[in-house]
Design a protein around this ligand. Structure first.
Ligand SMILES: [Zn+2]
Length: 319
């Protein structure tokens, strides 16, 4: 599946026009195959190589991806996630006028349910045929991606990508489409892992949020802002602290770096399966590691180097 050197160099960065000529994390093993991350020599954008086709992605998503719908976390974590979702609602309402909202990669629709209860008209897209089960009055969830649905021009007050944008094969097209369906001044939210974060730098190839081959591109706070600006958006804010994502990024990356089986804790929390000496060690040390991870997450956010970044941008009034 490995591409030739020549092909790699002819692949241009869509953010800055540089070359994907650098390579990091050679020989990443995931999902039964081997990957590496190529880097743009100018803006640092990372690209997973081999870059899977849509059919290849569909196949591995259906077999193994950590789907939001399939299992739930334990109740105390679900409660925590619900509180965090309300933080998202407040952030969106700070920058957008109430109206229609589209959440791309909406999962079970938990975030939209929150928006619905605050009077938003909600739409969601998810690559899971069962998604329409969660529909209710005022909340329409559809199966498919942005390219499968034709929404009217200037239809939405807000469009959100919560940890979905890094999965897109054609991000430039997606931003153009968001610009078309957003009202002038409408809000776009893009939350992605930040390659230039402290936790990414410390964790290297063991970084939890690297997640090959599902993450096709690896952004940084800097280059995602640059991409949004060149796509007709005005960046209003970038949040570097996410209680839902950042401390956990440190925790899991720490255990991955120790050489324990990749993402074992995550799989345990989700399925409550497993049970090994390594898992016992992980659970015994977890309180201390978790506390340190929260402190490190606060620190990296203070230095504007958060493990994930949420960018809030408005569609420019005139292009
Ligand atoms: Zn670049």
């Amino acid at each position: 599946m490995r591409r030739t050197t020549q092909n790699r160099i002819t692949s241009r960065c869509f953010i800055c026009g540089g070359d994907f000529s650098g390579s990091r994390f050679a020989a990443l093993d995931a999902e039964g195959s081997r990957y590496e991350v190529l880097f743009c020599n100018r803006c640092g954008l990372g690209k997973t190589e081999p870059f899977l086709t849509e059919d290849e992605l569909k196949r591995i998503y259906s077999s193994s991806y950590r789907r939001e719908d399939s299992t739930r976390f334990p109740a105390f974590l679900e409660r925590f996630i619900s509180i965090v979702r309300d933080g998202r609602r407040r952030s969106v309402e700070r920058y957008a006028q109430k109206g229609r909202i589209l959440d791309i990669g909406c999962g079970r629709g938990d975030f939209l349910l929150k928006m619905l209860s605050y009077g938003w008209e909600c739409f969601g897209l998810e690559l899971d045929e069962r998604v329409s089960r969660h529909n209710r009055p005022g909340m329409e969830l559809k199966y498919g991606s942005l390219s499968n649905h034709r929404f009217p021009d200037a239809y939405f007050s807000a469009v959100t990508f919560w940890h979905v944008f890094e999965h897109l094969r054609d991000p430039e097209w997606a931003l153009g489409e968001c610009s078309r369906i957003l009202k002038p001044g409408g809000l776009l939210v893009v939350a992605v892992p930040n390659m230039e974060s402290l936790q990414s730098r410390l964790s290297g190839r063991g970084w939890f949020h690297l997640d090959p081959p599902f993450h096709l591109y690896h952004y940084s706070a800097r280059n995602i802002k640059r991409l949004l600006e060149k796509s007709g958006f005005e960046v209003k804010a970038a949040k570097h602290f996410s209680f839902e994502y950042n401390p956990y990024g440190f925790i899991q990356s720490f255990y991955n770096r120790l050489g324990l089986s990749q993402n074992q804790l995550y799989d345990f929390l989700r399925s409550r399966s497993g049970g090994s000496a390594a898992l016992v060690f992980t659970l015994a040390t977890l309180p201390v590691v978790a506390l340190l991870s929260v402190l490190l997450s606060v620190t990296e956010a203070l230095f504007r180097a958060g493990g994930t970044v949420e960018v809030y941008a408005r569609k420019k009034e005139r292009r």
